[in-house]
Design a binder for this molecule. Structure first.
Ligand code: NAP
Length: 319
């Protein structure tokens, strides 16, 4: 099978397409013929070694092939698999199964996969799992979102943010999206009530208060969040600078009074994917796909990601 192989940390240039043996599913695994996969910021952080910290500083890449969000057709199943059979259309986040989505075939445990709705294309399905689940878990589980709340999403124009804006709207919130100017029209088009250009305006110093802040790009101090949060408000840190996140969590409990700063610890969950699928079926959420690439162009796709200014997600069509 064709696969885009990752042999060392570096830029997009280290990615190479090669011919590899097709994997064989273990007893509890499904062999998926991949139709589409998508890039998440986590792929980029792994590729460049920025996620090394989380992986105990390993010198060699922990996986041979990147790509954790996949959509495809079940090709074969292990003997203990009960939920799927060959021909089923599935999607999911396989980050707990050794990654490997940028390839023609990949194995994953059946518990990592969900049935894909017929109304979704494989490309749309591949754009969903990690980004949409991060968005849902930030808003619902950590943020305790409620109708009528003022919710701000910082980094709203990227993968997680475009889902977070729409999911927050589906919960009945008034949503402000913060990102760079080029993405603001898109944010309004997917339902944001207000937008802020982060280059021109600092949302922590404009006199507005929010009941819930979801920060995908956390670089601020806990005192900044305190200014922007309403009393009893919650700020959920999803990603960003490790140092800033650490300091916020360390200082958060005493420095911020009756407000709260908390960190999301992501857990892939097929039940959450089912809920997100319902929101999509109901027309409340639409995956935003900026560009599509084919498998042989994965390095170009990462180059485009690294330039910034991606609106929503980048999808790789495999077969
Ligand atoms: N907590 C967990 O368990 C967990 C698990 C997995 C991943 N993560 C994290 O989740 C995050 C996911 O991000 P993503 O996939 O949505 O990334 P993304 O697609 O790259 O989106 C990030 C967005 O933020 C924008 N941005 C950059 N700097 C900004 C600033 N100073 N203010 C406002 N917006 C800014 C980016 O714009 P440009 O493109 O123009 O730069 C982009 O639109 C990552 O940080 C990742 O590390 C967390």
């Amino acid at each position: 099978m064709k696969a885009v192989v990752w042999t060392r940390y570096g830029s997009s240039d280290v990615l190479q397409q090669q011919d590899l043996e097709r994997p064989t599913p273990k007893d509890n695994e499904v062999l998926v013929k991949v139709h589409a996969a998508s890039i998440n910021s986590w792929d980029w952080e792994l590729l460049t070694g920025r996620a090394n910290f989380n992986l105990g500083g390993r010198l060699k890449p922990p996986y041979k092939i990147l790509g954790c969000d996949v959509a495809g057709t079940v090709e074969d199943v292990g003997r203990n698999v009960t939920r799927f059979r060959p021909g089923d259309e599935v999607f999911g986040d396989i980050s707990r199964d050794g990654w490997g989505g940028f390839a023609e075939f990949v194995c994953a445990r059946e518990t990592s996969l969900s049935l894909k709705m017929a109304s979704l294309s494989f490309e749309q399905a591949a754009a969903i799992p990690q980004a949409a689940t991060l968005a849902l878990q930030s808003l619902r589980d950590k943020g305790k979102i409620r109708p009528g709340q003022r919710v701000l999403i910082n980094g709203a124009g990227g993968g997680v943010g475009t889902f977070a804006v729409q999911i927050a709207k589906s919960f009945g919130a008034e949503v402000t999206g913060v990102d760079r100017a080029e993405k603001l029209d898109m944010l309004l088009s997917i339902g944001a009530d207000h937008v802020v250009d982060h280059i021109k305006e600092d949302f922590t110093r404009n006199g507005q208060e929010y009941d819930l802040i979801v920060d995908v790009q956390s670089h601020r101090s806990v005192f900044d969040y305190k200014r922007a949060l309403a009393p009893k408000g919650i700020c959920v840190l999803v990603g960003g600078s490790g140092g800033a996140i650490f300091k916020s969590l360390l200082l958060g409990s005493w420095a911020i009074g009756n407000r709260k700063v908390t960190l999301l610890l992501y857990k892939p969950d097929p039940l959450d994917l089912a809920l997100i699928s319902d929101l999509i079926e109901a027309g409340k959420v639409v995956p935003v796909i900026d560009r599509r690439y084919v498998l042989s162009e994965v390095a170009d796709a990462f180059r485009y990601y690294a330039e910034g200014n991606v609106k929503g997600k980048i999808v790789v069509t495999v077969q």
